[in-house]
Design a protein around this ligand. Structure first.
Ligand SMILES: NC(=O)c1ccc[n+]([C@@H]2O[C@H](COP(=O)([O-])OP(=O)(O)OC[C@H]3O[C@@H](n4cnc5c(N)ncnc54)[C@H](O)[C@@H]3O)[C@@H](O)[C@H]2O)c1
Ligand SMILES: [Zn+2]
Length: 343
């Protein structure tokens, strides 16, 4: 088990990588928490939950709404939960986002923590203190910044994840190594097969290293103005591809990272062989390095990206493997690159 502590907006947050769900009672600020989970996680793992009131939400991005939040508030009122209650989200990124938002707003805020059950939630959604829901067709439009008191990452739970869910986590792991840690990138190249097979030691180190990178970047820039933008590597093209094709986030981000690496090479920041190494690593982790899509539709989605300012986009480029820079790139250049790079 590896432990990491980060200073968030609301206080200190302890993250435990490799700590089993059954040890949750040791970390609860008060016994009998309100547990928020989803149908899949509840069905598989409720027998390992500690005593407490369990609220089950549905699954899928479509339930990350104010209606769901409202239902949870109603249930909290019905069970007369007061300011002394604590909330634990046990699930993936959606459960964590919902539980974090509810806990940050119910009675102006109650204590909360997470048990992150997907690889994506462990390496990405569990740190950074962002939570919230979708609104009016836009993702994550309403929310708060508030870091949970504790996060448990039980690595055994990852074995029941579908392949495309694992891909989502691995895409963010590669992203973290590529933008900030050449040593981690090399280690990942060496251990890719073990990582895919969920070797406990390799996964524990990858989750821990990812969390260090994300939390270091976030701590330098809690409200996402400069440094934090680096975490969007692969996501400008990735979000547009995801929106247009409907492929899972991890696959779209993987293809987006390859496009961004191509642009980095074009701008003289990485060599062709460094770009090839990124592609080879993604392939080893069963992630796609290219994709067919409606180029015009992706270009249109790019133009609507909320990271856009004027005619330019704050775009994350690699500056060697393990380093990154944010540059303002004109939309027209992104268009040209997409036209050259996509089939
Ligand atoms: N707050 C943040 O900083 C942050 C960062 C990244 C992503 N997110 C959000 O996270 C969400 C995506 O998270 P996700 O990929 O974890 O998706 P998710 O929460 O929808 O979980 C994916 C699926 O896996 C199931 N599942 C969860 N744990 C399981 C397990 N151990 N075994 C089997 N099935 C399991 C879930 O029921 C769900 O069907 C998005 O809404 C995204 O916006 C938030
Ligand atoms: Zn992502």
């Amino acid at each position: 088990m590896k432990k990491l502590q980060i200073q968030g907006v609301g206080g200190l947050s302890t993250i435990l990588v490799g700590e089993p769900l059954k040890n949750l009672p040791y970390y609860l600020p008060v016994p009998n928490p309100v547990i928020i989970t989803d149908e899949n996680v509840g069905r598989r793992y409720a027998d390992q939950f500690p005593p407490g009131h369990v609220m089950t939400i549905g699954t899928g991005e479509g339930i990350k709404t104010l209606e769901t939040i409202s239902r949870v508030y109603s249930e909290l009122v019905a069970i007369e939960a007061d300011r002394s209650c604590s909330i634990v989200g046990i699930g993936g990124g959606i459960v964590c986002d919902v539980a974090g938002f509810v806990a940050s707003t119910y009675l102006r805020g109650v204590r909360f923590g997470f048990v992150a059950t997907t690889l994506l939630a462990q390496v990405d959604a569990s740190v950074g203190g962002k939570n919230g829901v979708n609104f009016g067709g836009y993702k994550n439009m309403v929310g708060t910044f508030n870091q949970p008191e504790f996060v448990l990452c039980d690595l055994d739970l990852l074995h029941s994840l579908p392949e495309e869910q694992l891909q989502c986590g691995f895409a963010e792991i590669v992203k973290h190594a590529a933008i900030a840690d050449a040593g981690m990138f090399e280690a990942l190249e060496k251990d890719a097969a073990k990582a895919s097979a969920l070797d406990p030691q390799v996964i524990e180190r990858l989750v821990y290293d990812s969390l260090i990178i994300k939390s270091t970047i976030v701590n330098r820039d809690e409200k996402e103005t400069g440094e934090r933008r680096k975490l969007n590597f692969g996501h400008t093209f990735g979000h547009a591809i995801e929106k247009v094709t409907g492929v899972p986030h991890g696959q779209a981000v993987s293809a987006g990272m390859v496009l961004a690496a191509g642009l980095s090479h074009q701008r003289g920041l990485i060599t062709a062989s460094e770009k090839d190494r990124l592609c080879a690593l993604l392939e080893q982790l069963n992630l796609p390095t290219g994709m067919t899509f409606d180029r015009d539709a992706v270009l249109e989605a790019l133009g609507k990206d909320k990271k856009r300012e004027g005619d330019g986009v704050h775009f994350v480029l690699l500056d060697g493997l393990g380093r990154s820079v944010v540059q303002d790139i004109p939309l027209a250049e992104l268009r040209d690159h997409l036209s050259q790079a996509s089939p």
